[in-house]
Design a protein around this ligand. Structure first.
Ligand code: SF4
Ligand code: MG
Length: 316
């Protein structure tokens, strides 16, 4: 997949799992290039958080590999693997749950760079102040505790903490999902500013295709543990190929309208524990054919840089 865009800095993810009881992520292969913003979209339970955690090194794939700059971190000496992992930081949905309520912001942001000897003890205040300002917070707030901040400010603390270890890549898992729409826009703008300033690479995980639209170069759509479509962002919105992507797009106006948090496509999301045979989407697909119940559709190129896994593409 995407062998054409290989470059030395390419982060290759080869994640495959053999037959097992539960497969959160099943035979997924994804490349992310340096400086690229990839939006990873799907409903809850589709495996996107699991994939994000594997990318960030928080979770190990049971089979397959995660390659960073072409290297499998498992084969590196421990201190080198740790240093490489530090370069990929994760931003979570609930900043409050991920911030220690008994630590001051100064220590939350300064802990990791101190631990990794990136700064000396006397430089902590100055360093933390810089990180807070980069994240759009006043340096004067560094002696406060997390509960003294709003949700959006707490997310900025989480971002400052991530920036403090000089990452190359941020994995954002529903990083704006818990915030009000106006605050969402501010945080998304901050991510884009940081991209421009620092050349950061992003894997931006969201259930909301609308959230990733303005941010992503490329969008990857997952359904029940498999990638069903991936394409440059403009193609996803103007020429969606997969029936699931088409259904997700039709949902955007309803999601913007926030009355129903997630009404979603016809039919229940099947259990990831016991996914449907063949194309996982067939029970909900308006175009399902007999072969969809038995044959797994493979991810195939439908246009330049545009891949889709649907049997409809085989018909002439
Ligand atoms: Fe629908 Fe069949 Fe395509 Fe799956 S393979 S999305 S069931 S048409
Ligand atoms: Mg999740």
């Amino acid at each position: 997949v995407n062998e054409g865009i290989l470059d030395p800095w390419l982060q290759k993810l080869r994640l495959t799992r053999p037959a097992a009881l539960t497969r959160a992520v099943d035979d997924v292969s994804l490349d992310i290039a340096k400086g690229e913003v990839v939006g990873l979209v799907g409903e809850s339970g589709c495996g996107k958080s699991t994939l994000g955690r594997m990318v960030a090194g928080i979770m190990e794939p049971t089979a397959g590999q995660v390659l960073v700059n072409g290297q499998d971190l498992k084969t590196l000496p421990r201190h080198e693997a740790e240093a490489a992992r530090l370069k990929i930081q994760m931003i979570f949905q609930d900043p409050y749950a991920s911030l220690n309520p008994r630590m001051r912001v100064r220590d939350i942001v300064g802990e990791s760079p101190r631990l990794h000897n990136m700064i000396s003890a006397q430089d902590v205040d100055q360093y933390v102040s810089e990180q807070l300002e980069r994240a759009g917070l006043s340096a004067s707030l560094r002696n406060r505790f997390p509960h003294q901040f709003s949700g959006g400010q707490r997310q900025r603390i989480g971002i400052a903490r991530a920036l403090a270890v000089a990452p190359d890549m941020l994995v954002c898992d529903e990083a704006v999902a818990a915030l009000d729409v106006s605050i969402q826009a501010q945080i998304l703008n901050l991510f884009m500013q940081l991209r421009a300033q620092l050349g950061l690479t992003y894997l931006f995980i969201s259930h909301d295709l609308g959230v990733v639209e303005h941010l992503s170069d490329r969008v990857v759509i997952m359904y029940l543990g498999r990638i069903v479509e991936q394409a440059p962002v403009s193609d996803i919105f103007s020429k969606p190929n997969h029936p699931y992507t088409q259904a997700l797009l039709a949902e955007i106006p309803k999601m913007r309208d926030r009355k129903k948090v997630f009404s979603m496509i016809k039919g229940e999301i099947p259990s990831p524990l016991n996914p449907p045979t063949g194309c996982h989407f067939h029970p909900r697909c308006p175009h399902a054919m007999p072969r969809c119940r038995t044959e797994v559709p493979l991810l195939k190129t439908v246009a330049g840089g545009h891949l889709s896994a649907c049997h409809l593409n085989d018909q002439t």
